[in-house]
Design a protein around this ligand. Structure first.
Ligand code: ATP
Length: 899
C-alpha cells in the first residue's frame, strides 16, 4: 500500500511509529540499520583522474615540450648535459604536479570542513518530546516538526498541517508552492501527492508535523542527486583571471624563447647551446604553481573568515566581499540584538510604561484582552526547555508579557492560523474557548488598525472614530520615535455557524498597542564607522516602521544628517526603475516597511548603478535577493534553511560587524595575491638577464636551467604562500573599495617587480657571478667548460645571490607603500617558516653532495655571501625611499598612503 493512500494512523503504524515519535533506543537501532540520512556526494572526478590533470594542463605541456627537446638534444648530441636537464624538467613537472594537487586538495578540504560547521538541524520527536538533532540522524519512523523556511530533511508523510505549503521546485521543477495536508491521497506518484513532503523541498509557509518514511539515498532527492549535483566548486573570477594571465605569460615565454633562439641563430650560436638557451627563457618565465597558490590563498581566507564567524559557502564570494561597495542590511537581529522586551503599552485609552500598568477594572479588562492576545498570538508556540522559553525573541517577549497578566495555563486551544508574512505584516490565530471560536490578530499597526472598527478603552469597547485613531497614532509615534517596535493587537468572536472557516480579519476590536525594545548590538556603531571609512555605504532595509528604523539608524550612527531619505514600501511600489535609481543617489537613505520581495528590486537598482552589493536576509522571501546580490548573506542563527541555501556567506553570529570583518579579509586576500605576484615576478628578471647576457655578450652562462627551477619551484614557493596568508593591513578599511574591473596585474605592479626589484636582483646575481668567476682568474672572452669548478662555483654564487635577494624582497613585498620596519605590519609566523625553508633549501643545494649533484653546484666560501649584502641593502634602501616618496605624495593628496 502506498503511504500516501493510508490514513495518518495507518501510515504511522506501517512505520511502527507513534505521533510522539520513536523511542531513542529504537531510533539508534534504526540508524544502524538504515545508515545516516545523507545524500552522498557523487565524487566530482576520480582522484587519479584529478591527479592526471595536474600533469597535463597547459604549463605542464609547455614543460613537457621542453623536456622532450632536451632529451632529444641528448640523443643527437650526447655529453652536453641535456639529458640531465630533460630529467630535471620531468622531475619538476612531477614535483609541481604533486604540490598543486596537494594545494587543491587542501583548499577543497578546508571548504568541506567549513560546511561541517553548519550542519542542518531538525526538530524531531523522540520519546514524546521535541528535540533539535542533526538532520543526518533521522531514521524512517521519526516524527519531525516543520516550519516556514525549513528545508524538508527526508521524505515524509504529513500527519498534521497548519497552512503548510511547500515549494517542490528542486524535485519536480514546479516553482509554485503547493498546499500540503494530512488527508490520504489517491495520487500515484510521490512527487505529486499532497500529503508527502520530499527531501530537499522547502516549506514556504505554515507549520506541521510529518513522519519520515525514506532517508538518505533512498529519498526521491537521493535518487536524482547524481543528476542535480553540480560538478564542483564554482571558479572565481579571480581564479579565472589568474589562469588567463598565466597562459598569457606562458605564451609570451614561448614567444620570447623562439625570438631569442632566432637571434642566437643569427649571431651564429651553436644549435644545441642555442636550444638550451631558448628552453631556459621559457622555463624562467612560465609562472609554475601560480594558480594553485591563488586557490590556496582564497581557501585560507575562508578559514580566517570562519574564525571571525563568517562562513563562506562559495569561493567567489571571498573576492566579491573585498570589492563590496554597498551593504543592504535588515535591522532586526543584525543591527540590533534581537533581544526584545516590552517597554510601553497603550491600553485602555492611554500609553503606559510596561512596569506601571493601570489597575482600574476597565483597564484590567482591556489588559486581560491584550495579555491573552499576546500570550496566545505568538507565531511559533515557544518551546519551553528547562523552564526557559525559546523561539522568536519577539514571540518570547510577548508570551512572557501576556503570561504575567493572564497567568500561565489559561491559554486556549489553537485550531487554525492565518500565518504571518512580510507583505501582510500581521498574523491571526483562531482558538477554541468556552465562549466559542475567537480570532486573535497581531501585527504592524498600519495593517491591523484598518481591520478594526472598535477599540477597548477606559470606557469599555467603543467605536474606533477619528479622534481615537488620532490618539492612537500619537501613541504609536511616541513609541516608534523612541526606537520601539510596535505591534497592534485585536480580536473578535467568530459567530457559531460560520466558525473559523470564515478566517475573516475584519470587524476586529483593537485591544491595544505594545512597544518592544530591541537595543542595537554594541559592536554595530564602530562597524558602521569602519564602513564609512572604507567607502562602503550601508543601507538599512527593514520591515519595521519608518520612525523606529530612523531612531535606531541615528542611534548606531547610520544616519547623521537632519533629513535622510526614508522610502517606504508603498512609495517604493509606485517608483519607476529610474526614480528608484535616482532616489538611491541620496547620501543617507533607508527603506522601511518594505516586503522581502522588494529587497530584490533595491539590490538590482544598486547593481545597475555599478555597485557591488552585499545583502542580508533570513526568511524564505529573502532568497531571491540573496541570489541576485553579489554577496548574499544569511543569518546562521535565525535564518531559515532556504535563506542559507541561497546565500554565499552565512553569519554564524547574525552580527552586522561580522560582515565588515569579512569584507576586511576579502580585501586582504586581493592585496596578498598582489604581494606574492610581485614577489614571484621579481625573481624572473635575475633569471632572464643571465641568458640575455650569455647570448648577447658571449659570456659563460651564469645560471643553469636547473638552478632557475630550484628558485621557481623550490625556494620561492613557501615564502610566496606566507605572503598569501598575511593578516589584513590596519589601513585596509581606510581606503575606498577596489574598482570592479581592476585587474590583479597592474602596470605599477609589473614595473615594480620587473624594472625595480628585479633589476636589483639581476645586478646582484650578475655581479656576484663575475666576482666569483674573476676570483678564479677568468678573463673576458674565455668560455670555461661545463664542469670547470670555478665556473660551477660562480653559477652557484649566482643562484645563492638570487635566493638571498629574494629573502630581502620578501620583507619589501609585505606592503606596497608601508615601510618593511613599520610596527603596523602584523606578525606573520609563516613568513619566518618560509625563510627557514628557503634557507634550508639553498644550504642543501650549496653544501651537500646530493644538492651539488642535482643542481650542478659547488660549496661556496663566505665571500660570495658577503658580496650579496650591499646589493640587498641597496635594494632595501631604494625601496624604502620609493615607499617614503609614495606615502608623502599620498599624504599631500589627502590619501591614506596605499598603493
Ligand atoms: P527587519 O526586516 O529589519 O528584520 P522586521 O522584523 O520588523 O525588520 P518583518 O519581519 O518584515 O521585518 O516584519 C515587518 C513588521 O511586521 C514588523 O515590524 C512587525 O510590525 C510585524 N511583525 C513581524 N513579525 C510579526 C509576527 N510574528 N506577528 C505579527 N506581526 C509581526
Amino acid at each position: 500500500m502506498r503511504i500516501q493512500s493510508l490514513a495518518v494512523e495507518a501510515a504511522l503504524r506501517s512505520l511502527n511509529s507513534t505521533p510522539g515519535g520513536l523511542t531513542a533506543t529504537e531510533a539508534a537501532r534504526r540508524l544502524l540499520e538504515y545508515g545516516p540520512n545523507r545524500v552522498e556526494r557523487v565524487a566530482a572526478a576520480p582522484l587519479l583522474h584529478r591527479l592526471g590533470r595536474e600533469f597535463t594542463h597547459f604549463f605542464a605541456l609547455v614543460l613537457w615540450a621542453a623536456a622532450v627537446l632536451a632529451l632529444s638534444a641528448e640523443y643527437f648530441q650526447p655529453g652536453e648535459g641535456m639529458g640531465r636537464l630533460g630529467i630535471a624538467i620531468v622531475g619538476v613537472i612531477v614535483v609541481n604536479g604533486l604540490f598543486s594537487f596537494w594545494q587543491e586538495y587542501k583548499a577543497e578540504r578546508a571548504l568541506a570542513a567549513l560546511r561541517q560547521l553548519l550542519p542542518p538541524k531538525v526538530t524531531v520527536w523522540r520519546d514524546g518530546a521535541a528535540t533539535q538533532r542533526a538532520a543526518d540522524l533521522l531514521v524512517p519512523g521519526d516524527v519531525v516538526s516543520l516550519d516556514e523556511g525549513d528545508l524538508v530533511p527526508a521524505d515524509c508523510r504529513v500527519i498534521d498541517s497548519l497552512g503548510l505549503r511547500v515549494n517542490t521546485a528542486t524535485v519536480t521543477g514546479e516553482s509554485r508552492p503547493r498546499a500540503c495536508e494530512a488527508a490520504p491521497s489517491q495520487e500515484e506518484s510521490p512527487l505529486f501527492a499532497r500529503n508527502l513532503l520530499l527531501a530537499g523541498t522547502a516549506v514556504v509557509s505554515g507549520q506541521g508535523r510529518a513522519v519520515v518514511f525514506a532517508t538518505g539515498m533512498r529519498t526521491e532527492f537521493g535518487r536524482i542527486a547524481h543528476l542535480t549535483q553540480s560538478a564542483g566548486e564554482a571558479v572565481s573570477p579571480l581564479q579565472r583571471e589568474i589562469v588567463r594571465l598565466s597562459r598569457l605569460v606562458a605564451v609570451l615565454a614561448c614567444g620570447l624563447g623562439v625570438l631569442f633562439f632566432s637571434i642566437g641563430h643569427a649571431l651564429g650560436m651553436p644549435f644545441w647551446a642555442n636550444l638550451l638557451f631558448a628552453i631556459g627563457i621559457i622555463v624562467a618565465n612560465v609562472p609554475e604553481g601560480l594558480a594553485p597558490t591563488v586557490t590556496l590563498a582564497l581557501a585560507m581566507a575562508t578559514q580566517r573568515m570562519a574564525r571571525r564567524n563568517a562562513l563562506v559557502r562559495h569561493l567567489p564570494a571571498v573576492e566579491a566581499l573585498g570589492a563590496a561597495t554597498v551593504i543592504c542590511c535588515d535591522k532586526t537581529g543584525t543591527l540590533t540584538q534581537n533581544r526584545m522586551a516590552v517597554r510601553r503599552v497603550w491600553v485602555a485609552g492611554a500609553l503606559h510604561a510596561a512596569d506601571a500598568l493601570p489597575s482600574t477594572p476597565m483597564a484590567r479588562e482591556a489588559l486581560q484582552a491584550l495579555g491573552s492576545n499576546a500570550a496566545i498570538c505568538h507565531n511559533l508556540a515557544p518551546n519551553v526547555s528547562g523552564g526557559e522559553a525559546q523561539g522568536d525573541p519577539m514571540e518570547v517577549a510577548l508570551a512572557a508579557f501576556g503570561g504575567t497578566i493572564v497567568g500561565r495555563g489559561e491559554l486556549m486551544h489553537r485550531i487554525d492560523e492565518i500565518p504571518f508574512d512580510s507583505d501582510r505584516k500581521r498574523m491571526s490565530v483562531i482558538c477554541d474557548s468556552h465562549e466559542g471560536a475567537r480570532l486573535f490578530c497581531k501585527g504592524a499597526p498600519e495593517t491591523v488598525m484598518p481591520c478594526c472598527n472598535r477599540a477597548m478603552t477606559a470606557q469599555g469597547v467603543v467605536e474606533l472614530d477619528d479622534a481615537l485613531r488620532t490618539r492612537l497614532l500619537a501613541a504609536l509615534e511616541a513609541m516608534t520615535d523612541a526606537g520601539l517596535r510596535v505591534l497592534a493587537f485585536a480580536h473578535r468572536s467568530l459567530r457559531s455557524g460560520t466558525g473559523w472557516a470564515a478566517r475573516d480579519e475584519s470587524g476586529l476590536v483593537l485591544s491595544g498597542l505594545i512597544g518592544l525594545e530591541d537595543p542595537p548590538r554594541p559592536q554595530v556603531p564602530a562597524a558602521i564607522a569602519r564602513c564609512a571609512d572604507a567607502g562602503i555605504r550601508v543601507i538599512m532595509i527593514t520591515g519595521d516602521h519608518s520612525h523606529t528604523a530612523l531612531a535606531i539608524a541615528r542611534e548606531i550612527g547610520l544616519v547623521k544628517s537632519g533629513a535622510p531619505a526614508v522610502v517606504s514600501g508603498d512609495s517604493l511600489r509606485r517608483m519607476s526603475e529610474t526614480q528608484l535609481q535616482i532616489a538611491l543617489d541620496a547620501r543617507e537613505i533607508l527603506f522601511a516597511r518594505v516586503a522581502a520581495e522588494q529587497k530584490m528590486r533595491i539590490v538590482e537598482a544598486l547593481q545597475r548603478k555599478g555597485e557591488v552589493v552585499a545583502v542580508t536576509g533570513d526568511g524564505v522571501n529573502d532568497a531571491p535577493a540573496l541570489k541576485v546580490a553579489d554577496i548574499g548573506i544569511a543569518m546562521g542563527r535565525t535564518g531559515t534553511d532556504v535563506a542559507k541555501a541561497a546565500a554565499d556567506v552565512v553569519l554564524l553570529d547574525d552580527n552586522f560587524s561580522t560582515i565588515v570583518d569579512a569584507i576586511e579579509e576579502g580585501r586582504a586576500v586581493f592585496d596578498n595575491i598582489r604581494k606574492f605576484l610581485t614577489y614571484i615576478l621579481s625573481s624572473n628578471i635575475p633569471e632572464i638577464v643571465p641568458y640575455l647576457a650569455y647570448v648577447l655578450f658571449r659570456i659563460p652562462l651564469p645560471l643553469t636551467i636547473i638552478q632557475i627551477l630550484a628558485v621557481d619551484l623550490g625556494t620561492d614557493i613557501l615564502p610566496a604562500l606566507a605572503l598569501g596568508a598575511e593578516k589584513p593591513d590596519p589601513d585596509v578599511m581606510r581606503r575606498p573599495p577596489r574598482p570592479r574591473g581592476e585587474h590583479l596585474l597592474s602596470w605599477g605592479l609589473l614595473a615594480r617587480a620587473y624594472l625595480f626589484l628585479g633589476l636589483f636582483e639581476a645586478a646582484a646575481a650578475m655581479s656576484v657571478f663575475f666576482l666569483v668567476l674573476g676570483d678564479g682568474g677568468w678573463q673576458y672572452g674565455e668560455l670555461p667548460g661545463a664542469t670547470d669548478p670555478d665556473y660551477l662555483r660562480a653559477t652557484t654564487a649566482c643562484l645563492a645571490a638570487i635566493v638571498a635577494m629574494q629573502v630581502m624582497n620578501l620583507f619589501l613585498c609585505r606592503h606596497p607603500t608601508r615601510s618593511s620596519l613599520s610596527p603596523a605590519l602584523a606578525r606573520n609566523p609563516l613568513l619566518w617558516a618560509g625563510i627557514a625553508t628557503e634557507g634550508a633549501l639553498i644550504l642543501f643545494i650549496v653544501y651537500t653532495p646530493l644538492g651539488n649533484w642535482l643542481f650542478g653546484a659547488l660549496p661556496l666560501a663566505l665571500e660570495p655571501w658577503l658580496y650579496v649584502l650591499p646589493f640587498a641593502l641597496a635594494m632595501w634602501l631604494a625601496d624604502e625611499l620609493r615607499k617614503l616618496w609614495l606615502r608623502h605624495r599620498a599624504r599631500r593628496r589627502g590619501g591614506s598612503g596605499q598603493g
